[in-house]
Design a protein around this ligand. Structure first.
Ligand code: NAD
Ligand code: LMR
Length: 326
C-alpha cells in the first residue's frame, strides 16, 4: 500500500468543491492505488463550515477505501500543512455580465495570503493548481509570494478550455471525442484564449483539413470555446461546476502521469512570444510526476501569432492591475 498523499482543497463547501471531492476520494485524480488525506479549507463563516461538515458526512457515507482522513478547517496554516497538492478553488465566481478579470480585486487578495502560507507550511514537493478566477493571474499572484517553492510549481487550469475545444471539434466533424488530439490552449482562461485549431488532429489528420471550414474555425469555434463559461452562467444561473471539477481532475491526473501531453497555464519564459512574467496556457509534456516541460517550437501562422498577442496583452494588463498588491 502506498503512503497517503495530502491534498488541500480550498472552497470545499462550494459548487466545484461538491463535484470535486468525491472524485479525488474515489481515486480518479491520483489513481486507484493512491490513498489520500483531504485537507479542506473553508472561510471562517458558520454557514460555510456547517455546509462543509455536511459534505464531510457524505464523504464518510461513501466509504471510499482510499480516503484515509479528512481535516476540516478555516485556518490556512492547518489546511495547507504538509500538503503535497493544493487545489485552489475557493474564490468568488462571476455573475452574468461580468468578465473574470472583474474578480481580480476581491479574489487577488485570497491568493496573496494563500501563496504565503503554502510556501511556509506545505510539503517540499508541493504542487499548486489554481482554479479560482481569473485563474492565470491568481496563479501568478500566489507564486509571487513564494520563496521556497519555485514558480513552476504553480499552475492554473486551462483544461476546461481544452476539453471544450475537443468536444466542439468532435461535434463539428461528427466523430467521437476520442478521435480528436493535439488540442492546445494558448494564453488566458478568458474569451481571448487561443484554441490552436491549426495544430489539432482528427483521426490523425489536420483538423482544419477534416473540417474544411476555416471561417468556422477562426470565428465561431474560438468564440464558442472562449465564451462557454458565460453561456453556462446565462443558462444555469451559476458558473460551471461539474465540468470545472472534471477539468481539474484531468489537469492534476495528467500532471502526475509521465508522457502526457496537455495544456496547462504555467509561468512563461518567453515561449511563443508570451511576456516572461505572465502565466499563460501552453502545451506541456509531463516529465516526472508533478513536473513538466513546455513543448517548444510548434509552428504558429499569422492568425495564431495575432491571437497570442491579444491574449498576452490581456495577461500583461491583468498583471499591471495587481502590481500594487504583490
Ligand atoms: P462557489 O461560490 O460555489 O464556492 C466557492 C467556495 O469558496 C465557497 O464555499 C466559499 O466560502 C469558498 N471560499 C471563498 N474564499 C475562500 C478562501 N479564502 N479560502 C477558502 N475557501 C474560500 O464558487 P464555485 O462555483 O465553486 O467557483 C469557485 C471559483 O472557481 C470561482 O472563482 C469561479 O469563477 C472559478 N472557476 C474557474 C474555472 C476555471 O476553468 N478556471 C471554472 C469554473 C469556475
Ligand atoms: C468557466 O469557464 O466556466 C469558468 O471560468 C467560470 C466562468 O466565470 O466562466
Amino acid at each position: 500500500m502506498k503512503s497517503p498523499i495530502r491534498v488541500a482543497v480550498t472552497g470545499p463547501a462550494g459548487q466545484i468543491g461538491y463535484a470535486l471531492l468525491f472524485r479525488i476520494a474515489s481515486g480518479q485524480m491520483f489513481g486507484p492505488d493512491q490513498p489520500v488525506i483531504l485537507q479542506l479549507l473553508e472561510v471562517p463563516v458558520e454557514k460555510a463550515m456547517k455546509a462543509l461538515e455536511g459534505v464531510a458526512m457524505e464523504l464518510d457515507d461513501c466509504a471510499f477505501p482510499l480516503l484515509q482522513e479528512m481535516v476540516l478547517t478555516s485556518d490556512p496554516s492547518v489546511g495547507f500543512k504538509n500538503a503535497n497538492w493544493c487545489c485552489l478553488v475557493g474564490a468568488k465566481p462571476r455573475g452574468p455580465g461580468m468578465e473574470r478579470a472583474d474578480l481580480l480585486k476581491d479574489n487577488g487578495k485570497i491568493f496573496i495570503e494563500q501563496g504565503k502560507v503554502i510556501d511556509r507550511v506545505a510539503a517540499d514537493d508541493c504542487r499548486v493548481a489554481v482554479v479560482g478566477n481569473p485563474a492565470n493571474t491568481n496563479a501568478m499572484i500566489a507564486a509571487s509570494q513564494a520563496k521556497r517553492l519555485s514558480a513552476d510549481r504553480f499552475t492554473a487550469m486551462v483544461r476546461l478550455d481544452q476539453n471544450r475545444a475537443a468536444s466542439q471539434l468532435a461535434k463539428k466533424a461528427n466523430v467521437p471525442v476520442t478521435a480528436v488530439s493535439d488540442v492546445f490552449i494558448f494564453g488566458n482562461h478568458s474569451p481571448t484564449m487561443f484554441s490552436a485549431f491549426h495544430l489539432a488532429k482528427i483521426q490523425g489528420k489536420p483538423a482544419s483539413q477534416v473540417i474544411g471550414h476555416q471561417e468556422w474555425l477562426r470565428k465561431e469555434f474560438q468564440e464558442t470555446v472562449g465564451k462557454r463559461g458565460a453561456a453556462i452562467i446565462a443558462a444555469r444561473g451559476s458558473s460551471s461546476a461539474a465540468s470545472a471539477a472534471n477539468a481539474l481532475v484531468d489537469h492534476v491526473h495528467d500532471l502526475m502521469t509521465p508522457g502526457k501531453v496537455h495544456s496547462i497555464s504555467v509561468k512563461s519564459h518567453g515561449e511563443y512570444g508570451f511576456d516572461p512574467e505572465v502565466w499563460a496556457g501552453m502545451p506541456v509534456r509531463t516529465t516526472t510526476p508533478g513536473s513538466y516541460e513546455v513543448i517548444k517550437g510548434l509552428p504558429l501562422d499569422e492568425f495564431a501569432k495575432e491571437r497570442i498577442a491579444v491574449t498576452n496583452k490581456e495577461l500583461v494588463d491583468e498583471r499591471e492591475m495587481v502590481k500594487g498588491m504583490l
